[in-house]
Design a protein around this ligand. Sequence first.
Ligand SMILES: NC(=O)c1ccc[n+]([C@@H]2O[C@H](COP(=O)([O-])OP(=O)(O)OC[C@H]3O[C@@H](n4cnc5c(N)ncnc54)[C@H](OP(=O)(O)O)[C@@H]3O)[C@@H](O)[C@H]2O)c1
Length: 249
Amino acid sequence: MGKLGGKIAVVTGGSMGMGLVTAKLFAREGAQVIVTGRDQASIEAAAREIGNGAEGIRSDISKLADLDALRDHIRERYGRLDILFANAGGARPRLFEEVADEDFDHTVDINFKGTFFTVQKLISLMGPGGSIILNTSIQGVRGTPGMSVYSATKAALRSLARSLTAEYGSKGIRTNALAPGYIDTGVMLRTGFTDEQIDAMTTQATLHTPLGRMGTSEEIAKTALFFASDASEFITGVELTVDGGWAQI
Ligand SMILES: NC(=O)c1ccc[n+]([C@@H]2O[C@H](COP(=O)([O-])OP(=O)(O)OC[C@H]3O[C@@H](n4cnc5c(N)ncnc54)[C@H](OP(=O)(O)O)[C@@H]3O)[C@@H](O)[C@H]2O)c1
């Protein structure tokens, strides 16, 4: 039996990037995994790639009706939820004066409001031993040009981990934040940065990272497994950075 044998786990944004790699690790460790994303074809392909009976459900975290349907499906099919990796998120980099109303709402709707209501809907299926992991970012404690809205949403999630710990600790449900540094998931290409911008950011990130390189999705997955498993059973309310030391110096 693996470290997550018999557990039911949801990974939002599990169709690619660090969500997909984490879902694979959770499944290898014995969890029944449910992955979500907005694109039907990608989420079905991800479920096939994860194997081990993983299920892919099309669900947009910024739509409350989708979250209601996800909760109802999990309740009917599995009866409960043990692990939630609230991972789905994204950035729309804009210099401060160029952030339009719609850019602001888009990023807040996904990263903060979407994650907030993902937890609110799914926590009703959790009981003692439950583990919630919020994917934040070291940008939540840093200032970076073009990232004002994104960084604020991630700081808000870090705050949410504290509030959930205060409200749900007595029910045996733990909530922790996992703050990645610069992780090589291919997201920069998909976010619309040019090759030159990506090269510049990679050079900067490498220079500022004491361990001298970008992180990998596997390193995020191993940390999520730590929070999901009994290895962290007396740890709640913390934010753990996985950034090669970047935000610590
Ligand atoms: N990569 C980094 O360096 C880094 C650093 C710090 C923090 N993070 C955080 O880590 C998380 C994952 O990043 P990543 O690099 O793995 O990103 P990614 O490769 O772009 O994957 C994002 C995943 O989220 C899904 N998604 C996006 N919006 C969604 C929505 N509204 N509802 C449901 N699913 C949605 C995407 O699928 P669809 O598009 O099909 O919906 C995809 O499966 C994000 O929260 C990000 O902010 C990343």
